[in-house]
Design a protein around this ligand. Structure first.
Ligand SMILES: [Mg+2]
Length: 177
C-alpha cells in the first residue's frame, strides 16, 4: 500500500502596500516602490520558521485604468527577484484588479477576490498545502484583517516601521496562544 503524504505548512498571508512596501497609492512601477524597513529579513524569518509566505493585494489601479494587469505582474516578478536576492522567498502572489467603481469595463465588478472578501486566501489555500492552524494575516487596514477573519485566521494590524521586529512578535504570539 502506498501512502502519499502532502506535508501541510502554516502560511503567512501578507498584504502588499503598507506592509511589504509603503502605501504611496496606486503603485504600478518599480521606481515607486519604497521597501518597508527589514522586509527581506522579516520574510527570511518566516521562511526559516517553516511558513509558506504569500502576498495578497487589492490593485484597483487596474480597474481605474492607471496601470495594466501586465504591469502588476512585471512589478511583482521584479519585487520577488529583489527579495530573493536578499534571501527572502515569497511563495506566491494573488492580486485583485477589480473595483465596482472602475473605468475599465472588464474590471468593473464587486469581485469575490477583493478584500475584505477572502477569495484570494481561498485560492492560495487551494493551490498550496496550507495548514490552517498557525496561519495568519498581516495587513495595514481593517479590510486585510476582515479577509483573514472571514477565512478563519487571526489578523495582525501593522502600522509601519520595522517589519522584522513585528513579524518576530507575531510568530511568538501565534506559538503560545
Ligand atoms: Mg495595504
Amino acid at each position: 500500500m502506498t501512502f502519499i503524504t502532502r506535508m501541510k505548512m502554516p502560511a503567512a498571508f501578507l498584504d502588499r502596500d503598507g506592509v511589504i512596501n509603503y502605501d504611496d497609492g496606486y503603485i504600478g512601477t518599480r521606481d515607486r516602490i519604497r521597501w518597508m524597513p527589514n522586509v527581506a529579513k522579516a520574510i527570511h524569518r518566516l521562511n526559516k520558521c517553516g511558513y509558506l509566505v504569500f502576498i495578497f493585494t487589492n490593485q484597483s489601479g487596474v480597474a481605474r485604468g492607471l496601470f495594466t494587469e501586465n504591469d502588476v505582474n512585471e512589478l511583482h516578478a521584479w519585487m520577488l527577484e529583489q527579495l530573493m536576492r536578499a534571501g527572502a522567498r515569497i511563495d506566491d502572489i494573488r492580486f485583485c484588479p477589480h473595483h465596482p467603481q472602475g473605468t475599465i469595463p472588464k474590471y468593473i465588478e464587486d469581485h469575490h477576490w477583493r478584500k475584505p472578501a477572502p477569495g484570494m486566501l481561498h485560492d492560495l489555500a487551494e493551490r498550496w498545502p496550507v495548514k490552517h492552524e498557525g496561519s495568519f494575516v498581516i495587513g495595514d487596514r481593517a479590510s486585510d484583517i476582515e479577509a483573514g477573519q472571514a477565512f478563519g485566521l487571526p489578523g495582525f494590524l501593522f502600522s509601519g516601521g520595522d517589519l522584522d521586529a513585528f513579524v518576530a512578535d507575531v510568530i511568538a504570539q501565534i506559538k503560545r496562544p
